[in-house]
Ligand binder design. Structure first.
Ligand SMILES: [Zn+2]
Length: 211
């Protein structure tokens, strides 16, 4: 274990990652795993409040740090270390960290909770696209892609010709979800993101008149 830690510290040094950020990296520890297991074992609440009002205080304690790490571990483990949207699954060459990230549905800045009902495992690109409102999740866990896509210049959003927004828009199936229904993202968290998506894309009126 100590040898692993040393190797990890050396990898951080080589990657120029400041040691104060080490605690935020998705490394596994006994304590983190314990919290992650607790987060995955919870019963699904009927009336879920995706906001953690206690987050108002800005001080970072050891407990809140462990909680953050536990959240990340629980989410990526629940989604089998895969992006819920594209299925990308890959770790670092030394297997110390995973590429997939634990995204908040109601983001941290809006006081979103660090729990499994407000979490989603996403690759770096899809995490960014979700956070900025390029897509949202409907109540049936299917994607809804921003209508702004049609206003983008032709060379935007392409990776060697692969148009990732077009690929998202073409998906008709729901995203990859945890094996247990009990820990699927909660509808109350999704509703916040749908609202955010409408505001960002300025299509609230259109959306409402379609109802
Ligand atoms: Zn992805």
């Amino acid at each position: 274990m100590d040898a692993d830690r040393k190797r990890f510290d050396e990898a951080l040094r080589l990657a120029n990652i400041p040691s104060d950020q080490k605690e935020l990296l998705p490394i596994k520890s006994f304590e983190t795993q314990k919290i992650a297991n607790q987060l995955m074992a919870v019963r699904r609440p009927e009336n879920y409040d995706p906001f953690d009002h206690a987050k108002m205080s800005k001080t970072t304690t050891r407990a809140s740090l462990l909680r953050t790490r536990g959240f990340r571990q629980a989410v990526i483990e629940a989604y089998d270390f895969q992006c819920a949207v594209c299925g990308l699954k890959i770790h670092a060459p030394d297997a110390a960290t995973w590429e997939v990230e634990a995204a908040h549905i109601v983001p941290h800045r809006a006081l979103g909770r660090d729990d499994i009902f407000n979490g989603l495992a996403l690759c770096g690109l899809h995490h960014w696209a979700f956070d900025t409102g390029w897509f949202t999740l409907q109540d049936d866990y299917k994607l809804r892609v921003s209508p702004q896509k049609h206003r983008l210049p032709a060379d935007f959003g392409k990776m060697d010709g692969y148009d990732f927004l077009l690929a998202l828009a073409g998906k008709t199936e729901r995203i990859r979800l945890p094996s247990r229904r009990e820990i699927y993202p909660h509808i109350n968290a999704l509703r916040w993101h749908q609202q955010f998506f409408s505001v960002v894309n300025n299509d609230r009126k259109k959306h409402e008149s379609n109802k």
